[in-house]
Ligand binder design. Structure first.
Ligand SMILES: *Cc1c(COP(=O)(O)O)cnc(C)c1O
Length: 380
């Protein structure tokens, strides 16, 4: 029944072999830069590629400074530390996300609270957020406090699913009203814009990831950006074991982390960043082809909303119901084409099943129906 789709995807990727969901492309100067890093002997967290990667990345986003980390989860964890999230605080996030978002919250001993997403953006709903806060919380001395648990709500972490911008300007507005720090989990959305502004620059702090499956990779890696230069400075400090810079003395002024990106990874990243525009073009072209294909099928192509420019990191479609989803996954995977369901909702995992939630019907609707289809960059 999906024979036509199988043929279409095979023609897109021009192969009879297994088609993965997303594989990295090393079609630039990756080997040259990584070799150069090895020759320099600077392979760990100090080196000129780390500095260059931070500068180049900041330029892409149009911000003053970026702080490179070992991975996206570490960047998120650091963002929560920077937002002063402490043990037994609460952090509002969406249940429809990758586990790293909630793990990072847990590393601080804080509790996730789940608020619903929107069906069109797959990201946190500003209306659901406003409603949750109005019903469940109050401002006490300018601190948002949960009336049920009496805990402080220190941060909102919103995530731009598969690169599709959520209504981040409205979310930022709600966070301002309730005096809550806004963190963007920007792991999936490098290169996406909303209302002409890059994602990652709307929140107080943002965390990016360059894992091997993301739109560009450093092998493993992440970046933190922040509005306030003091916060960026502190991000560098605590990810560098909180060492006071000195040519030879070792002095540290707080508990820090060994979270800096190694120079080897940054070398790979510098070469990948040079190709980001090409990657984005290729992905938009693929999304255009999928959009046309799904125009006259039962499946619905998940598209960018008005005023949003998605990086189309992973293309996704919406199926009729969970049964149809399961049949789709079984059949297409059996044909050597990798397709994958969206994540199991975080509030269903044993670690988070006791967490407070709002009404999550959109998240449940999407969990039952959304699947990802092959999305690698095509053609050299
Ligand atoms: C990939 C990803 C992360 C984590 O990044 P790593 O670099 O793998 O640690 C965090 N959040 C989301 C939504 C992601 O997709």
């Amino acid at each position: 029944m999906y024979n036509e789709l199988v043929a279409f995807i095979r023609q897109l990727f021009d192969t009879d072999e297994f088609i993965p969901l997303h594989e990295p492309r090393f079609w630039g100067k990756e080997k040259e830069y990584v070799n150069d890093a090895i020759e320099s002997t600077f392979v760990s967290s100090v080196g000129r590629y780390v500095d260059k990667f931070e500068e180049d990345f900041a330029n892409v986003l149009g911000v003053d400074k970026a702080v490179a980390c070992v991975n996206g989860t570490a960047a998120l964890h650091t963002a929560l530390v920077l937002a002063d999230v402490q043990r037994d605080d609460e952090v509002i996030t969406q249940p429809l996300t990758f586990i790293a978002t909630c793990n990072a919250i847990s590393y601080q001993g804080a509790h996730p609270v789940f608020v619903d997403v929107e069906r069109d953006t797959l990201g946190l709903s500003p209306n659901a957020l406003q409603e949750f806060l109005s019903i469940n919380t109050e401002l006490k001395n300018d601190v948002c406090v949960n009336k049920t648990t009496n805990r402080k709500i220190k941060a909102v972490v919103t995530m731009h699913t598969f690169g599709h911008p959520c209504r981040i300007d409205e979310i930022a507005e709600v966070c301002r009203e309730w005096n809550i720090t806004l963190i963007e989990d920007a792991a999936e959305c490098l290169g996406s814009d909303y209302k002409g502004k890059p994602l990652g620059t709307f929140g107080d702090i943002a965390a990016f990831s360059f894992n091997g499956n993301k739109i560009m990779t450093t092998g493993g890696g992440g970046v933190i950006i922040a509005h306030n230069p003091e916060i960026t400075k502190r991000a560098k400090h605590i990810t560098t074991t909180a060492k006071i810079p000195h040519p030879y003395e070792f002095t540290h002024d707080e508990i820090g982390y060994n979270y800096r990106m190694p120079n080897l990874n940054a070398a790979l990243g510098c070469a990948q960043l040079e190709q980001l525009e090409f990657f984005l073009k290729s992905k938009r072209d693929l999304a255009d082809k999928y959009r046309s294909y799904f125009c006259d099928t039962r499946e619905i192509f998940i598209d960018e909303i008005e005023e949003a420019k998605s990086n189309f990191w992973l293309n996704a479609i919406l199926l009729k119901d969970r049964d149809e989803r399961d049949q789709f996954l079984e059949y297409i995977n059996s044909k050597g084409i990798m397709v994958r369901p969206i994540w199991t909702l975080m509030n269903k995992l044993s670690m988070f099943e006791d967490c407070q939630t709002g009404d999550l019907s959109n998240s449940q609707f999407l969990e039952d129906r959304v699947v990802n289809i092959p999305s690698s960059v095509r053609f050299q």
